[in-house]
Design a protein around this ligand. Structure first.
Ligand code: IPE
Ligand code: IPE
Ligand code: MG
Length: 256
């Protein structure tokens, strides 16, 4: 990570302002993004909502590359919530095709760039073509060691917590876990994000100031950065700006 960041800093050495912005110290390890505003971006242009999702997909491509270049360890992207099934069928269908489209174009690059693809969410009620695409990406990148690109797909935090509780109770019933040993750490290991550190920085685009059922447990002490920028307009510079703001924050975790 540090080597990558050093490389990036060197590459911007002719741009002192940019140098100012990022430091190796306090670099966020896990960045999570609620990518919002695709529909409004399209509406502003008199286009159908799905045009915003298409544009949003190319921004995902750019931001993944840039996060990797900066040396981010984990990038979580909220792609589809358990509540998004309420949308019109044509829009849901389009969104469900996006992983396939994205991975068809990007998987070779992701493999080359040593990215690990991971899915956080309920895969069961995804259409078969979506499952196939994400399963292939997860399987073929499983042994990579670089950036973890974690798509929150058909993800909802409350149902994740309930499922986690169910599997904990099952472990207790099976004698694998004693109630006394239930801890924050053991509970975390029963969530879909098991093995991933909590996000250090949460970004939400499009001016909405809410979590929309995203990582309620994992974001307990994360730093939040909101922007009015719509996701299709989000750029590498915005990502760097968010990290720069994060680096100036003081994380106290209840201390002084
Ligand atoms: C985010 O953009 C993408 C998803 C939620 C899948 P939206 O589709 O929510 O766009 P707005 O919020 O309607 O503008
Ligand atoms: C949150 O955005 C979900 C994703 C970005 C995938 P929404 O657009 O669905 O959230 P609400 O409905 O405005 O809260
Ligand atoms: Mg939205």
């Amino acid at each position: 990570m540090l080597n990558k960041l050093r490389g990036h800093l060197k590459s911007v050495q002719n741009d002192p302002e940019s140098m100012d912005q990022l430091t190796e110290e306090n670099f966020p390890k896990h960045i999570a993004i609620i990518m919002d505003g695709n529909g409004r971006w399209a509406k502003k242009r008199g286009l159908p909502r799905v045009a915003g999702h298409r544009e949003g997909m190319s921004v995902v491509r750019k931001i993944v590359r840039h996060a990797n270049k900066l040396g981010v360890s984990i990038l979580t992207l909220y792609a589809f919530s358990t509540e998004n099934w309420k949308r019109p069928k044509t829009e849901v269908d389009f969104l469900m095709r996006l992983p396939e489209r994205f991975l068809k174009a990007e998987l070779p690059t992701l493999i080359k760039e040593n990215v690990v693809v991971r899915i956080t969410g309920d895969r069961h009620n995804l259409p078969d073509y979506t499952k196939r695409a994400v399963d292939e990406a997860v399987a073929t990148t499983a042994n990579n060691t670089g950036l973890v690109l974690n798509f929150a797909l058909n993800y909802g935090s409350r149902s994740e917590i309930i499922d986690g509780m169910k599997s904990l109770f099952q472990d207790v019933q099976d004698g694998k876990l004693a109630i006394e040993d239930l801890s924050e750490a053991s509970f975390s290991e029963h969530l879909m994000t098991a093995g991933l550190d909590d996000p250090d920085l949460l970004i939400r685009t499009s001016g909405e100031l809410r979590l929309s059922n995203f990582m309620l447990w994992q974001l307990a002490y994360s730093e939040f950065w909101f922007t009015d920028v719509l996701w299709p307009d989000f750029s590498q510079e915005h990502l760097e700006e968010a990290i720069k703001v994060y680096q100036k924050r003081q994380r106290r975790y209840g201390g002084v």
